[in-house]
Ligand binder design. Structure first.
Ligand code: KIV
Length: 275
């Protein structure tokens, strides 16, 4: 939170240049205060469509509207002075055609001020990635486990367990990197496969439930700070117990209110007594 206005923002070429270098530290953010807290620490903030599940309690990411991504994208850009900010394109806003993808991505870029967008998909999205990249929209790809395809694959399952799917993930990552993606997220993929993909593509890979050999890592902030319930998925490491702290704070506050300990004299506006 100590960033000054003079600190330059991490830009797309800087992210691209981290291939094979110091790993990229990335987290999700959906709001201005959280973006402010994370901004100094990380290289990249992703306004993920996971916002629908994490903040709005949706079952999947499929119902997330473009407007939701734009609102949260704006909020994060306001809170982040330094980190590169990428906004997810939600389901249905980019798959139909490169032209539709460009129209919607241009709205996201123009209305949020973010640095680029993320889209899920492999070979089938290569033409769209090339179309966007050639027209000034930096694209972060996303292969392996793709939550927007949850119904097609029948659940949130680790990908790349057999030689065919492992080869498909590598082909997908190569295709979108060749098409101009500046980096590729590899999600929920067997570690050796993610490591092999990392060696195979010329752009940084950012792993989540993938491999330490990826060029960077990303986690959902609410998962790693203990704000998304008691279940901790295997790919997550907890770095804080914010949910427990919040619960304890709510109990302490409620008790103070019920015992008339809050507000105390020092909390009264106008210096005491009156109002
Ligand atoms: O939506 C999201 O938060 C994501 C990350 C988990 C990579 O896609």
């Amino acid at each position: 939170m100590s960033t000054t206005a003079a600190t330059p923002r991490v830009n797309i070429p800087a992210i691209r240049a981290r291939k094979g270098g110091t790993p990229l530290a990335c987290l999700t953010a959906y709001t201005t205060p959280v973006a402010r807290c994370l901004d100094d620490a990380v290289d990249l903030l992703l306004v993920g469509d996971s916002v629908g599940m994490v903040l709005y309690g949706m079952e999947t990411t499929l119902g997330v509207p473009l407007e939701m991504m734009i609102q949260h994208g704006r909020a994060v850009v306001r809170g982040a002075a330094r980190a590169c900010v990428i906004v997810d394109m939600p389901f249905g806003t980019y798959q139909e055609s490169p032209g539709t993808a460009f129209r919607n991505a241009a709205r996201v870029m123009g209305e949020t001020g973010c640095n680029g967008v993320k889209i899920e998909g492999g070979r089938e999205m290569a033409e769209t990635v090339a179309f966007l990249a050639a027209r000034g929209v930096p694209v972060l790809g996303h292969v392996g486990l793709m939550p927007q395809s949850v119904h097609t694959v029948g659940g949130y399952r680790a990908q790349g367990r057999d030689p065919e799917t492992a080869a498909r993930i590598e082909d997908d990552a190569r295709a979108i990197a060749d098409a101009g993606a500046f980096a590729v997220v590899i999600e929920g993929t067997v570690a050796e496969v993610a490591a092999q993909v990392t060696r195979a593509v010329p752009v940084p890979t950012i792993g989540i439930g993938a491999s330490p050999e990826c060029d960077g890592q990303i986690l959902v902030t609410e998962d790693m700070t203990g704000l998304s319930g008691d279940f901790v998925p295997r790919h997550v490491k907890r770095y804080a117990s914010t949910g427990d702290d919040l619960e304890a704070a709510a109990h302490a506050y409620a008790e103070d209110v019920r015992l008339r300990r809050f507000p105390a004299p020092e909390n009264l506006v106008g210096g005491g007594g009156g109002g």
